[in-house]
Structures are given as structure tokens and as C-alpha cells.
Design a binder for this molecule. Sequence first.
Ligand code: HDE
Length: 484
Amino acid sequence: MSNKKLTTSWGAPVGDNQNSMTAGHRGPTLIQDVHLLEKLAHFNRERVPERVVHAKGAGAHGVFTVTNPEIAKYTKAAFLSAAGKETPMFIRFSTVAGESGSADTVRDPRGFAVKFYTEEGNYDLVGNNTPVFFIRDAIKFPDFIHTQKRHPQTHLKNPNAIWDFWSLSPESLHQVTILMSDRGIPATFRHMHGFGSHTFKWVNAQGDAVWVKYHFKTEQGVKNLDVDLATKLAGENPDYHTEDLFNAIENGDFPAWKLCVQIMPIEDANTYRFDPFDVTKVWSQKDYPLIEVGRMVLNRNPENYFAEVEQATFSPGSFVPGIEASPDKMLQGRLFAYSDAHRYRVGANHNTLPVNRPVAEVNNNQRDGSMRADGNGGGSVYYEPNSYGGPTESPQDKPSPFVVSGLADSAAYDHNDHYTQPGDLYRLLTPDERTRLVENIVGAMMPVEKDEIKVRQIGHWFKADLELGQRIAEGLGLPVPQGV
Ligand code: HDE
């Protein structure tokens, strides 16, 4: 028996939580039963809008430890400044297309969103479990996601839209090949790599910059789910990955990843064989080998899912000194989209919530806004510049200046080889992996109504690899398009 009194949200003790107050034993319920009114009204307001993508996910707390003392050569970011330096972090894994109640074991990229609570503010590295993406300009994202979601009339998933969009957006071929491979259905969130995907910029204390790509290498080893088992689990235990992560940490089996980077000298961007800011392409690790940075260990489960996972807000724009954006058009679009989504979904003061609050002291003149629960700056000075000793800007922390050139224009990328890298990927696979890839593609494309769409997509697979294109065409009982 608890010795705590049940109370209302205003802290008053509740006399009766079993029976509504009525006028007489069988009379109508009284509007003065404010405890009843509050319970029903708050219940109606328990849901915040789910994420428009990545709605289904699971989170965990952990710690990041720098292991490479040399890494400080490339960036002045304080949390990377010395071997052994530890930074608390929070991660949220997710699927992309499904709603918040959808199954974990579907064929889909997985979100891999990391928030480092550094002494210089939060650094969010909001990536996926694949190094590339389907498109390379933010302007196409809403259309792409529409094809991944439900048909506006039938409310059903729509393979015609999916493959129509992909077959008309050949830049998607690399990511689609990865998605249709074994790696499209990870065994658990613990047995998959993570990537920053985009190119970012690191700047050191002397102001020298390099381009970087992030790789989180799972120490659990990459394992994927058999398609039939995944389908079975999606029905029998739609929260299989969520449960696995929670139980592993609960049992002290802490999952870990080694964080590495590829580093490209700043001037190489102008001469590399393709646009290094094109997020549908990977950089060869022969050209730019992996350099170890540190190790991430997840060692604490959330106390409360809604408070810590549902309310977690990540933004690729949450940079810290020494880490900056690249001109990657997808990254540029995301710099707006994420905080905009958070202001809508969680509220203007989302960064004051415990799971999002920096460990670094926050000093700015942002005031008011809904649900301001952090003192709202008290009586401190609330504008800048001022002569009352308020916080001041620190020019040494400005992002590094860089040269821009050319016309202001909506210009397409000038590099359009969308076939070499997916073809190379196919040729790297074992015979069994190739066969499963072909089976997965044929299975996913079979329901598409229009042969025109299927033939157009076969043409892309064919350009990536002759054998791949022929095997898919045979599987679909369709010809390889002429002149491919
Ligand atoms: Fe996202 N993405 N995204 N995305 N994304 C969101 O933010 C967006 C992209 C990723 O666990 C949204 O809070 C645009 C690439 C993850 O909370 C939204 C574009 C990559 C998560 C959004 C992209 C990602 C999101 C949805 C094209 C991997 C979940 C609700 C320019 C590198 C984070 C929200 C979490 C979530 C926008 C493409 C990863 C709408 C505009 C590429 C892991 O803001």
C-alpha cells in the first residue's frame, strides 16, 4: 500500500478515483467533479503529433569516449580534443516510412540519430544505417516520402508510386540496391552500422578545414533478418527491435560502436571524380581510409519512453565549434527542416526539455513561448547589445568563412553516373547475396501495375550490371529495354 496520496495535477488529494460525482445515487454526473473533468480532458491530449517520418523508434543513453589522440588535429570540437575524453550521449533508432505503431522488422532504412551532450552545446549527428540516400536535393524529399506513405484515396501502401518515383529518379539506384539487399532488414538495432551519410566540414584550432564522412561500425557484427522470419516477426512481435534493445541494455549487454571518419583534404572536393557532396555516392575507402575517432557504448535505458524518446528532438543543424555544414543540398535542406518540425511537433521550447537540454550553460535572449519551464531567463538582461553585463558573442566561435562562386540558380548536379556504385555493390556480393537481392527486387516490383514503370526500372538495374538487369527482367517476365 503506497503512503503517497493520489492527487490532481494541481496537487490536491483525490478522494475517490473509482466513482464519478452524481446528483443523487442515480442522478446525472455533476460538472463540479473537476477530478473527472481533468482526467478525461488530459487523456484527450496525451498524443503529440508523431514524426512525419521515422515515427517508430527506440532510444537509449550512453557515453562516447575518444580513443584517437590525433583526431584533434582536424577539429577544434572540444568533445574530440583528447583521448579518453568522455561525453554523454543519447541515440534514437527508427524505421522511416511506418507510423508510430508499425512493425520494426520491415524493409526500410533505419534512423541512427545521435545527440552528444558536449561542453560546447549539443552536437547532433542525425544519420541512417546506410551511407547514402535515395535523393540528393531536399526539394524532392516531400514527393519521395509521399510515395513511401499511403495512397491518398485507398490509404494503402502503393508500390506503383514507389517504383514510378525511383524509376524516374535514377539517383536513387544506389540506396534502392542497398535497401533491397540483406541489409534492408537488420537483425536488431545493435547489429547494424550507422552513418552520418552527408559530407560535413571539420575545422581545427588553426582554422584549417577538411571534409569528413562519419561511420559508426557496430562491434556486435552486422547481422540481418531472413525475409520470412522478418515477415513472421512483423506479425507476431512488431516491436521486436525495440524489445531487443531494451532487454540487451537491461541485461548489461551494452551495445557498442566504433566511430570512424573518412577525411578528404578541402581542395580535393574540386577534383574528385564525382561531386563529394552528392549524398547518393560513397567515397572510396581506398581514396580516403577510415580513421578511428572513438567508441560509443549504450548503457542506460530511458526511464520514460514518451519523455525521453518521443520528445527527443535532433537537428543536423545542432553544430558545435569545429564542426560545420558542407554544401550538400540535402544537408542544407535539413538544416531548416528539423528544428521547424520540432517547433511544430514538440514546441518552441523543445530544447529546454530534459532529454534535449544541453549540459552546456544556455545563455540567450530567447524568452517566453509555450511551456517555458526553465525560469525564462528570470530578470536577466533580455537583449543584446546591452550595457548590463549580459552574455556576449564570441567571434572566435564563428563558423569558418569560405569562398562561394557562380550564379544563383536552381542548378542540377553536373555528375550523373548513378550506375557505377550500385553495380560495384552488386559485384561485391556473394552469389547467395546476389540471388536474394534479385528475389527481393522481383518480389517488390511484381505488384507494380504498369509494365512501363517496371521496364524503365529494369533499364537502370541493367546499366548498373548486365547480369543484375537480366536476372530481374527474367524474374518479372519482361524484356530488357532496347537501346539500354
Ligand atoms: Fe530526415 N527528417 N529528412 N533524413 N530524419 C526527420 O524530423 C528531412 C534525411 C533522419 O529519431 C524529421 O523530427 C528532410 C536523411 C532521422 O527523431 C524531418 C530530408 C537522413 C530522423 C526530416 C531528410 C535522415 C529524421 C521528421 C531531405 C540520413 C529521425 C520528424 C533533405 C542522413 C530523428 C523530425 C529522430 C527525421 C526531414 C532526409 C535521417 C521531417 C527535409 C538524408 C534519423 O524533419
